[in-house]
Design a protein. Structure first.
Length: 266
């Protein structure tokens, strides 16, 4: 079940912003554990190499490529390097992302542009350049990460660009799925909710002015109907299912991983 033997997977954002398990690192390691050869992309070579070290120590096969996924030239080079090195591309997982708060009036245009580039254009570019290779393989699959911020807007803390970009990921994934269905390329979206990853302490604590990571984690846990935020492995297992052959009849849809948060009304 869920075997990825003889498959090659590109994972963008395969590093982690701080020590621990982020969505990209957990996904890359899990796909490797299931037999995939992993092409690990990250802007930080050091972060990607730590992921590669874990995979290699477990006996997996992995290559690292430092890349700014908002650069058309760099992501094209990354995709072509993977195809040359492994001879094929079966799976593409787009995980790179990041949020900045602000509403339509308060957000500077350059922040809007950067948010759209990081969270939406990067996904477009990776899909654009990987699709010709994916079409050559049977049962190939794309999974793009969106966010609960696309479908659940907080009154107290708007993320106008992030929400727009992540909603765009959902629409783009559906469009790619339908356009390429006849060629056997599936495309789905995973929508994470409040996740406990190194991003919380590294980025959100200073961004929110929280007292501590522990305080912020407790606050976030309390919002989740299941009583606890998820972690990177919850996302990784959702991705694994969607890229596996067991999900061969699933395309153009979304898998929400949020402990019931988006379904709750109070």
């Amino acid at each position: 079940m869920l075997s990825l033997k003889n498959k090659v997977a590109i994972v963008s954002g395969a590093g982690c912003v701080a020590p621990g398990w982020g969505n990209g690192r957990a996904t890359a390691v899990l796909l490797a554990r299931q037999g995939a050869k992993v092409f690990a992309i990250d802007k930080s070579r050091e972060a990607a190499e730590e992921t590669a070290r874990i995979i290699a120590e477990e006996g997996g096969e992995v290559l690292v490529h430092a890349c700014d996924v908002t650069s058309s030239a760099q992501i094209l080079e990354a995709v072509e390097t993977c195809a040359r090195a492994f001879g094929q591309i079966d799976i593409l997982v787009n995980i790179v992302g990041g949020s900045q708060p602000g509403g339509a009036e308060s957000m500077p245009e350059e922040v809007w542009d950067n948010q759209i580039s990081m969270n939406l254009t990067s996904v477009f570019l990776a899909c654009k350049f990987a699709l010709p290779h994916l079409r050559q393989r049977p049962l190939s699959a794309i999974v793009n990460l969106s966010s609960i911020a696309a479908i659940r807007i907080m009154r107290a803390r708007p993320h106008v660009a992030y929400s727009a970009a992540k909603y765009g990921v959902i629409a783009m994934s559906r469009s790619i799925a339908i356009e390429n269905a006849k060629d056997g390329v599936r495309c789905n979206t995973v929508i994470p909710g409040l996740m406990h990853t190194p991003v919380v302490a590294h980025r959100l604590v200073p961004q929110l002015g929280a007292e501590s990571a522990e305080t912020l984690i407790a606050t976030r846990d309390a919002q989740v109907p299941m009583g606890k935020a998820g972690d990177a492995w919850d996302i990784a297992h959702a991705v694994l299912f969607l890229v596996s052959d067991e999900a061969r009849h699933i395309t153009g849809t979304e898998l929400i991983v949020d402990g019931g948060l988006s379904a709750a009304t109070g």
